[in-house]
Design a protein around this ligand. Structure first.
Ligand code: GLN
Length: 482
């Protein structure tokens, strides 16, 4: 194994600052990995031609004795996060020629922290999907078994990290798109509290759910990136600074009370249920945490609630892609035909399905029966979490990340309901706006596909997530795939 294999941010920075390697060498190393593997895996849609010159700048700062949190660290970025001057297509034909005219706030902060951007990665079209198969640019394959999907919608990112073609990466999560691909590829993924990270410059899917977050090789790296990108931003009025003293107290006390989510074991892989039982034993016996079972009575409605509210927001957010304001234009004989032709050539099947579902649930005759009711259910699910975190005194809720390990390419793409059920464990936290994280927790059989463990914390409880997840990661090293 070379000293450049499997580098984390901490390790890469140590090598860079000790001048054992240069940022230029690091970038050339990753560009070579991408060249060797990307034709089979299709993780990257584009590798930036200025990666080497970004590295030169980092090396100049290092030579002068400078330091910044991510100085010289090569990152991959999901194709829905804007970087000024670069193409950003959201995995869609609609935006295949779109060039960003400004940096997303998170990208600006990463630049400020010295990071290098290697390229943009494949994703489900406009982040709608759980397998990266709805991308207009072909599916991404799971580097651990190329006959399988890497998860989605941030499947390109998960594959890029898992095939060790960058140090870390930035994804986005609306219903599970950071955490489920992280679980499928054996890496770590954080979905921050709604409002903890600015959405400015993230191409919107469902605005009351979307969040940008890190996808990394370990928990410590996720924390480093989160600390760089978090915080209130005047460009996104839904952002706020952290405000959780109680969480800090709990972390310092070191005694965590973890609630194991009660769920229907029938629809979940046997090995995933076993991994969950093993994790509960590790919490109690090795980590000395208090373990309780927790029931959230309304989360059984999460997937239904999510697939009403999200398409509703999708149908509204997609309206701007009309070839006039945004998107490639196809002219018809009339204005209406302009719209129809443009949207017909620009959008794939899943995006169309969601626009239809969304406009239906928002239509005058059905609004109360679907959209308004789902909003009420959203309230009930939020209350379930609040009760768990206050009345029941639970600090963290643990569950599997997904009901199955990475499935075969083509297995579910024609069965949307089956695909939607992928979100069963990840959607609830999004409905309630809570932070949640997936970390590796063993393999399905020896040499099998990775299994994810999912933690949900109270709002702005990221520190608690990091502390708990770091402890688990150190206690159960078998959770690492590489
Ligand atoms: N699978 C979910 C969906 O298709 C989640 C997607 C996401 O988080 N962007 O909506």
């Amino acid at each position: 194994m070379s000293k450049l294999s499997n580098l984390t941010i901490v390790k890469a920075k140590e090598l860079l600052l000790n001048k054992e390697i240069s940022a230029g060498e690091l970038v050339s190393h990753y560009l070579k990995v991408i060249k060797d593997r990307n034709k089979d895996i299709n993780a990257y849609l584009e590798v930036y031609d200025d990666a080497a010159s970004q590295a030169e700048k980092a090396d100049e700062i290092i030579a002068k004795g400078g330091d910044k949190p991510l100085l010289g660290i090569p990152l991959a970025v999901k194709d829905n996060i804007l970087i000024e001057g670069k193409t950003c297509s959201a995995g869609s034909k609609m935006l295949q020629n779109y060039k960003a005219v400004y940096d997303a706030t998170a990208v600006g902060k990463l630049k400020e922290a010295g990071a290098i951007f290697l390229g943009r990665t494949n994703m489900d079209e406009f982040a709608m999907g759980a397998s990266t198969e709805t991308s207009a640019f072909g599916p991404t394959k799971n580097p651990l078994d190329p006959s399988r999907v890497p998860g989605g919608s941030s499947g390109g990112i998960a594959a890029a990290v898992a095939m060790d073609s960058c140090v870390a990466a930035l994804g986005s999560d609306t219903g599970g798109s950071i955490r489920q691909p992280a679980a499928f590829c054996g890496i770590t993924g954080l979905n921050p509290t709604y409002g903890a990270v600015s959405r400015n410059g993230l191409i919107a899917m469902a605005s009351s759910f979307d969040q940008i977050g890190p996808m990394t090789k370990n928990v410590e790296d996720a924390e480093i990136i989160f600390d760089v990108i978090k915080g209130r931003d005047e460009m996104d009025s839904t952002t706020a600074d952290e405000r959780h003293s109680k969480v800090k107290e709990r972390v310092e006390k070191g005694r965590i009370r973890v609630g194991i989510l009660k769920y229907d074991k029938n629809g979940v892989d046997k090995e995933i249920n076993e991994a969950m039982e093993r994790a509960a034993k590790i919490f109690a016996n090795d980590l000395g945490w208090e373990v309780a079972e927790i029931e959230l009575p309304n989360i059984k409605y999460s997937v239904s609630c999510y697939y009403i509210l999200v398409p509703a927001e999708v149908s509204s957010n997609m309206a701007r892609f009309d070839g006039i304001r945004y998107g490639q234009f196809k002219e018809g004989k009339t204005l209406t035909e302009d719209y129809m032709k443009t949207r017909e050539i620009g959008f794939g099947m899943e995006v169309r399905r969601r626009i239809m579902l969304g406009t239906y649930v928002l239509s005058a005759g059905y609004y109360d029966a679907y959209y308004a009711k789902a909003q009420k259910v959203r309230g009930l699910i939020k209350q379930d979490f609040e009760k768990a975190f206050t009345k029941s005194g639970i600090d963290l809720i643990a569950s599997p990340t997904s009901p199955s390990v990475a499935f075969k390419i083509g297995e579910r793409i024609n069965d949307p309901l089956k695909m939607y059920l992928e979100d069963i464990f990840t959607a609830p936290a999004k409905i309630a706006g809570l932070p949640a994280m997936s970390i590796p927790s063993g393999l399905k059989g020896e040499g099998g596909m990775p299994i994810g463990l999912h933690f949900t914390a109270p709002a702005f409880g990221e520190k608690l997530l990091f502390e708990a997840a770091k402890k688990y990661e150190h206690t159960f090293p078998g959770s690492k795939i590489s």
